[in-house]
Design a protein around this ligand. Structure first.
Ligand code: FE2
Ligand code: FE2
Length: 204
């Protein structure tokens, strides 16, 4: 039997999830600013792209609390204080936080929602957990590239790089120091496979 929503643990978990998503969004925005200051535009865009998805997750969870409008919901929760200035630390912490979210936190929340009879809410936790898994993979990928010093270097001399400013394509083991078309700094280049809407095989 379904529990009364306003007395449920699911209500508190939705508020915890909302708080967590708002914080993730803010952390990634701050990380984006650090990447921007250090001229890593590819990383800046990657953090912003992910931050915007967290904002949408927050919206989804918040709207599920509409039956409690007017109430103040008290929660206890644990949230990461990962205040770093180094991009490598930010990438690593983000990957770990996403891992915890998709492998522990949201499965727990989904389980509790299912037990209380809120199957739609459980499904929402499950679906968003899958997205957090993809975030984990994204941050982990960049964290490893960073650690290996391979963010803008490749073992292949035929790696294809794309300038996020003007779209110029360059093949080589690393992108040019300055884009020959628009003059953008090296930090604007990402592997073509990492750029939106430009994967090599998408038109065939
Ligand atoms: Fe999220
Ligand atoms: Fe995430």
């Amino acid at each position: 039997m379904q529990k009364k929503f306003c007395e449920s643990e699911t209500k508190s978990n939705l508020m915890r999830a909302f708080a967590g998503e708002c914080q993730s969004r803010q952390r990634y925005y701050q990380a984006a600013l650090i990447a921007q200051q250090q001229n890593y535009v590819g990383l800046e865009r990657m953090f912003r792209f992910t931050a915007d998805q967290e904002e949408r997750h927050a919206k989804q969870f918040f709207e599920l609390l509409k039956d409690c409008s007017g109430e103040t919901i008290e929660i206890a929760g644990s949230f990461p204080a990962s205040v770093y200035a180094e991009l490598g630390d930010l990438l690593k912490a983000s990957a770990e936080e996403e891992y915890h979210e998709f492998s522990v936190v949201y499965p727990d929340f989904a389980g509790a929602a299912r037990e209380e009879g809120f199957t739609d809410i459980a499904a929402k936790f499950d679906m968003i957990a899958k997205i957090e898994d993809s975030h984990h993979k994204r941050f982990d990928y960049y964290s490893k590239l960073w650690e290996q010093g391979m963010l803008q270097r490749s073992e292949s001399t035929e790696e294809v790089w794309l300038c996020l400013n003007c779209g110029h394509i360059h093949a080589g083991s690393e992108p040019p120091r300055d884009c020959p078309v628009c003059g953008a700094k090296q930090g604007y280049f990402v592997r073509r496979a990492e750029a939106p809407f430009t994967a090599e095989n998408m038109y065939s």
